[in-house]
Design a protein around this ligand. Structure first.
Ligand code: G3P
Length: 214
C-alpha cells in the first residue's frame, strides 16, 4: 500500500517527503481553504515535492465546467490528477478526460455501486471516504474490503485510495483489506512512527552503551 498525505500544507508535505515515505498527496477545497492560499498557488508547490500523483479538485458541478477546470489543472504538472465528485455530471467528465489522457480521482465515494460506476467511467483512482461512513454508523473499512474484492474479480485497473482516515486502526485495516493507497492526515502519519517499546528499547540501548564506556 502506497502512502499519500491528505493535506495541502506545503511545510508538512516537505517534512515527510524528505523522509522518503510519501508518494502522493490528495487535497480538496476544504484542505486548500485551511492554507489561506489559492489552489493555483499551492498545487504547483506540492507537485514539486512528491514524485507521485497530486490530486486537485474541481469546484464546478456541471460536466463542461469540470472538464475546463481539469484541463487547466492538468497543465500545472504531469503529476497532477484531477479530483471529480461522484455525481452523474462528474462521471461524464471522467469519461471525456480519460479519452484526453487526463488522469482523474473520483471523490466522495460512499458505496460499492458508486465505486463501480467511477471505475467503468474510466477513473484512474477512486476515493472511498471511510471515516465519514463510520460517522453515520456504516462501516468504511468494509466498503474498502468489498471494493478490493470487486475490482479484482472484474480486473478493473482503477486504484483504490482509502480516504477520510481517522486513526492508525483505519490505516492498518485498509492495508490488510488490500487498498492500493491510503491518504493519511499528518496527525495520523506522525502517530504511525510511534511505539512505546521503541522508545523504551532505544533508551536502554543508549544507557547500556554509556555504561560500557566507563
Ligand atoms: O481527501 C479528503 C478526504 O480524505 C476527506 O477527509 O477528513 O474531510 O473526512 P475528511
Amino acid at each position: 500500500m502506497k502512502i499519500f498525505m491528505d493535506t495541502a500544507d506545503v511545510a508538512e508535505i516537505k517534512e515527510f517527503a524528505d523522509l522518503g515515505i510519501v508518494y502522493g498527496v490528495t487535497t480538496n477545497p476544504s484542505l486548500i481553504a485551511k492554507t489561506g492560499r489559492p489552489q493555483a498557488e499551492v498545487i504547483p508547490e506540492i507537485a514539486k515535492l512528491v514524485e507521485g500523483p497530486v490530486s486537485a479538485e474541481v469546484i464546478s458541478v456541471e460536466c463542461s465546467g469540470m472538464v475546463a477546470e481539469a484541463r487547466e489543472l492538468s497543465k500545472i504538472s504531469s503529476n497532477v490528477v484531477v479530483k471529480i465528485p461522484c455525481i452523474a455530471e462528474g462521471l461524464k467528465a471522467v469519461k471525456l478526460l480519460s479519452a484526453e489522457g487526463i488522469r482523474t480521482n473520483v471523490t466522495l465515494v460512499f458505496s460499492l455501486s458508486q465505486a463501480l460506476l467511477a471505475a467503468r467511467a474510466g477513473a484512474d483512482y477512486v476515493s472511498p471516504f471511510i471515516g465519514r461512513l463510520d460517522y453515520i454508523g456504516e462501516n468504511g473499512v468494509k466498503l474498502v474490503e468489498d471494493m478490493v474484492k470487486v475490482f479484482r474479480q472484474y480486473s478493473l485497473p482503477t486504484e483504490i485510495i482509502a480516504a477520510s482516515i481517522r486513526g492508525i486502526d483505519h490505516v492498518n485495516d485498509v492495508m490488510l483489506a488490500g487498498a492500493d493507497i491510503a491518504t493519511i492526515p499528518t496527525k495520523v502519519l506522525r502517530q504511525m512512527f510511534l511505539h512505546q517499546l521503541t522508545d523504551a528499547g532505544l533508551k536502554k540501548f543508549l544507557e547500556d552503551y554509556a555504561a560500557s564506556q566507563k
